[in-house]
Write a protein that binds this ligand. Structure first.
Ligand code: EPU
Length: 348
């Protein structure tokens, strides 16, 4: 277990924010965890568990230790006539995992292609895209309780998944480190989901009438590449805000003024609207202030053109929230995890 000092986090977060951490360690074997937790307690340091760094914004330098989860390994743990159960360690790259499933013709996560990040953090916010969420093919996960060192198994029910939400973002926040996640995937009769957005048009363009798993993934790859910036080229953390849920009355009032406003009925009885639409309508799409900006093709994505600080991004997001509130009476909630140094002292 090597503990490094004074490390830049620029290459460890997809926003490309050049924050520094006082200490940094790479966790490549979960057996080292108890030793590491001991060291942290002895040194009385705040810590933060970082995985793919694709959904975090560092607002300042971090005065404690960053634990970078880098555990690897994928195995088949069970199989039935129609399904396969695959377990992946937390540090596996999500897109590599999706590609492996596609290669083996295992269905269930093909719509979740090109989502940055790692397998271990995918259940935290129940990653979702193009009509599919991880909860749809999730089987169970293993996590270590940080206080006790005990390894626990969480079923789908115990994870309490919701829209960009789970037990680990609520009661379980900062209490566990996810070690591995297993998925129940289809071997045949895949339940393809091609109704969202322009997937069908994309398949039509290629004259595909009987799509397979790869066809769906490739259609989604083309759509995502046309709208969403590649973090390797332009720093970003995907959607910065959640899509807001509003009352039917509020939606009706907005619709009478803006007939084109998107809205989808939600199981809660509310209407799910599109944060991107509000931000776009408020005139922010393509906006740039210094190196902080709003992406030109997707208003929900804030971008770092090079040297923006976490504070610059937060300042921009505050202005967007304020303007959307004033114009539409909509409260935009941040989807990205904001890492503020001293808040993390209460992790101990
Ligand atoms: N729209 C605009 N302006 C824009 C972009 C979109 O008006 O600049 C409108 C479109 O008209 C569309 C609606 O907003 O009707 C929704 O747009 P889109 O289908 O692109 O999806 P989204 O709701 O903005 C969500 C996820 C994305 C995911 C896409 C596709 C959230 C917070 N975001 O975005 O997830 O890729 O759907 O399923 O739910 C992420 O979480 O990082 C992420 C990228």
């Amino acid at each position: 277990m090597d503990i490094l000092k004074n490390i830049s986090l620029k290459s460890y977060n997809t926003f490309g924010i050049d924050a520094k951490t006082a200490y940094f360690t790479e966790l490549s074997d979960e057996k080292e965890l108890p030793l590491l937790l001991n060291w942290i307690e002895k040194n009385n340091l705040p810590y933060y568990i970082l995985s793919g760094g694709s959904n975090v914004l560092f607002v300042d330098d971090f005065p404690g230790i960053i634990i970078h989860v880098n555990t690897k390994g994928i195995k088949k743990i069970d199989e039935t006539e129609g399904h396969v159960f695959i377990q992946a360690k937390a540090g596996e790259n999500w897109e590599d995992f999706v590609e492996l499933c596609l290669k083996n013709s295992w269905g269930g996560i093909e719509n979740l292609t090109l989502i940055p990040g790692n397998v271990g953090t995918s259940p935290m916010q129940n990653i979702g895209a193009y009509g599919v969420e991880i909860k749809d093919s999730f089987h169970e996960l293993q996590a270590m309780e940080l206080q006790t060192g005990e390894i626990k198994t969480f079923s789908k029910k115990q994870c309490n998944f919701g829209y960009r939400d789970s037990y680990f973002k609520n009661e379980g926040r900062n209490k566990y480190i996810i070690l591995s996640v297993s998925f129940k995937l289809t071997k045949r009769n895949h339940a393809l989901n091609i109704t969202y957005g322009t997937i069908i048009q994309e398949l039509d363009k290629k004259k595909i009438t009987q799509p397979g798993l790869y066809d769906v993934a490739n259609a989604i790859r083309a759509i995502r590449r046309s709208k969403l910036p590649d973090p390797d080229q332009l720093g970003n953390a995907g959607s910065f805000f959640k899509n807001p849920l509003i009352t039917q009355e509020h939606y009706n009032a907005l619709k009478s003024e803006y007939p084109e406003i998107p809205g989808f009925p939600d199981e809660s009885g509310k209407v799910k609207t599109a944060a991107a639409w509000f931000i776009d309508k408020a005139g922010w799409k393509g906006f740039r202030d210094g190196d902080a900006g709003v992406h030109k093709n997707q208003a929900l994505v804030l971008v770092n053109y090079g040297n923006a600080s976490g504070i610059d991004i937060i300042a921009l997001s505050d202005k967007i929230q304020k303007s959307v509130k004033e114009l539409f009476d909509i409260n935009l909630e941040k989807e990205v995890n904001i890492v503020k140094p001293f808040n993390n002292r209460d992790l101990l």
